[in-house]
Design a binder for this molecule. Structure first.
Ligand code: PEP
Ligand code: MG
Length: 568
């Protein structure tokens, strides 16, 4: 049995497919039989064209024409005589196909990427994609097409990237095992959004297994069994049935309000990464969006998204939610979220560095573009702005003054926006928690980011398995911090939510009720579980429990007591 981090609940049983990262280096050779080399090159191009044509047709059906056209553009590009002709000329001159392809693509890449035009820069990144794809054909490297894996496949990879996730077709992937990533890494968040059981941070798993091995994943306990004995397999088949049955029970909460056992209403929102996820939030019965992680829009791109592109994305989310709250968190990069094209300086301590609102205030052009796009989207729904990683009052004032400046610009341009748009803070640093009373005077609302609050309170890297034993929102220090933040917000009469993963933790929910949390923002698939747990506690019961818990000294004691008190 392998132990890893339980990242996405449920039992997955299936046949392993390993996703290996390939080395694309090659040795440049001098060619004497140039005709044969040209033939090899043409065959590689032909294979690429055929594969891309099929993929584009599939994407046109599954996703849409705009996305398919990107791939069709790649075909036009490689077939363009100015590209393939140049490559063949180099082969005629005795260069190997790999060298010719790389040299010509790099030349065009340099040319397009230096142009001051978004479309041209996009073309540069398309060329880079084409180069890698054709190079793989020449080197005989086969990529696993995740969209085509058979039903009941367990993916085993070093890390699960957003682009890999986009290829997952509903139902085919039974489980995910990775070598890196913690409970709140983006791979974990994506796996939960897809409702696929996942165990992360299993060291060496990619080399320890073979394709077609049978894997059993317990995403609730963080356990992985490879080719298990029959009795273990039978036990997990039963466990999987039980899990599915429980899920069915939760369905009885669909369409209900979120009420405590004594009838107090709280809000139950969702965390999303793309505008389309807003649909998922509605399908899962979310009552609003408590966290739209706007950085995915920047990360899934090869250049900065323009104001109009961002506006479209935020507007889409606002319109899908049809007047329900949509809290858009402004660009939260740095830490574990890199955006290569921004060429951010490498830092010794990226989690403590020039990131999130610090980077945004230092790069006002990038930030103003985003804030203006959000303001314009606010004309189409109930949009709020949320500032990540706040550590000082000055930062909040800085953002608010940019918002005011942009409102004036929009007035002058005659463009619509919500004049009363709210600007709130994420409370996710030790500093923000300690000055929550001061921040509450500046902010229209708070949202507690326990993923980072735990990291910064406990001085523990949230993705580092060696210190994972310290990374717990049930540590007395973190609980005191959460309580203080909620009390400061309540005192200042501003709403306070929580969008960190702890908001959906069944053991945490009664404590949050006792502290007086107004809004819980959770992964869409956890809406019903959270609503069910909230419905089981009265405020008085929750307060009695929290008084006992806050008197305890250690995390272990606290978790044990909460498990005993839990109402499953
Ligand atoms: C958090 O820190 O709790 C949070 C919600 O933000 P992220 O996980 O994106 O850092
Ligand atoms: Mg955070």
């Amino acid at each position: 049995m392998y132990k890893g981090i339980a990242a996405s609940r449920g039992i997955g049983i299936g046949s392993i497919c390993r996703i290996i990262e390939h080395d694309l280096t090659f040795e440049a050779r001098q060619i004497t039989d140039t005709a044969a080399e040209k033939q090899r090159f043409r065959e590689a191009v032909e294979a690429f064209v055929q594969e891309t044509t099929a993929m584009a047709a599939d994407i046109r059906k599954r996703i849409g024409p705009k996305e398919a056209e990107i791939l069709e553009g790649h075909i036009v590009m490689i077939m363009d005589p100015s590209m393939s002709g140049e490559m063949e000329k180099m082969i005629d001159a005795g260069q190997c196909a790999e060298t010719a392809l790389t040299a010509v693509c790099d030349m065009f890449y340099g040319m397009f990427s230096s142009m001051n035009d978004d479309m041209m820069r996009q073309r540069a990144s398309d060329i880079a994609d084409v180069k890698v794809s054709v190079l793989k054909k020449l080197l005989g490297i086969e990529d696993v097409d995740i969209s085509k894996v058979a039903p009941g496949t367990v993916l085993v990879c070093r890390d699960l990237t957003p682009s890999m996730t986009s290829q997952i077709v509903g139902g085919n992937v039974a489980g995910i095992i990775t070598e890196i990533g913690g409970k709140t890494s983006h791979s974990a968040i994506l796996a939960r959004a897809l409702e696929i059981p996942a165990v992360l941070s299993v060291p060496g798993i990619v080399d320890a297994v073979k394709d077609k091995d049978t894997a059993v994943i317990d995403g609730t306990e963080g356990e992985v069994y490879i080719n298990p004995e029959g009795d273990i397999l039978a036990r997990f088949v039963l466990k999987r049935e039980e899990f599915i049955r429980k899920q069915a029970e939760l369905n009885s909460f669909i369409g209900k309000e979120t009420l405590t056992a004594d009838g107090q209403k709280v809000e139950l929102f969702c965390n999303i990464g793309t505008p389309k996820d807003a649909r998922k939030a509605l399908e899962c019965d979310g009552e609003g969006i408590g966290l739209f992680r706007s950085e995915f829009l920047f990360m899934d791109n090869t250049r900065l998204p323009s104001e109009d592109e961002q506006y479209e994305a935020y507007r889409e989310a606002a319109q899908i939610m049809g007047g329900k709250t949509v809290i858009i968190r402004t660009l939260d990069i740095g830490g574990d979220k890199d955006i290569p094209y921004l060429k951010m300086q490498k830092e010794d301590n990226p989690f403590l560095g020039y990131r999130a609102v610090r980077y945004c205030l230092g790069n006002p052009d990038i930030y103003k573009t985003q804030l203006k796009a959000i303001l314009r989207a606010s004309a189409h729904g109930h949009v709020k702005i949320m500032i990540p990683l706040v550590t000082t009052v000055d930062e909040v004032r800085g953002v608010k003054s940019l918002v005011e400046e942009l409102k004036k610009e929009l007035d002058a341009e005659g463009k619509a926006y919500d004049k009363n748009i709210q600007v709130g803070c994420m409370i996710e640093t030790a500093s923000a928690s300690l000055i929550a009373d001061l921040l509450a005077k500046e902010a229209d609302f708070f949202s507690i980011g326990t993923n980072d609050l735990t990291q910064y309170t406990m001085s523990v890297d949230r993705g580092n398995p060696n210190v994972a034993y310290l990374y717990s929102a049930f540590q007395p220090a973190v609980l005191r911090s959460i309580k203080n933040i909620i009390e400061c917000a309540n005192k200042a009469h501003i709403p306070v939510g929580m969008c960190g993963e702890a908001a959906a933790d069944p053991l945490m929910i009664p404590l949050l009720m006792a502290f007086g949390l107004d809004e819980y923002s959770v992964n869409p698939v956890l809406v019903l579980t959270a609503r069910c747990i909230i419905s089981k506690w009265t405020r008085a019961e929750a307060c009695e429990l929290s008084d006992r818990i806050l008197a305890m000294d250690t995390e272990a004691e606290i978790v044990a007591a909460l498990k005993i008190a839990a109402k499953e």
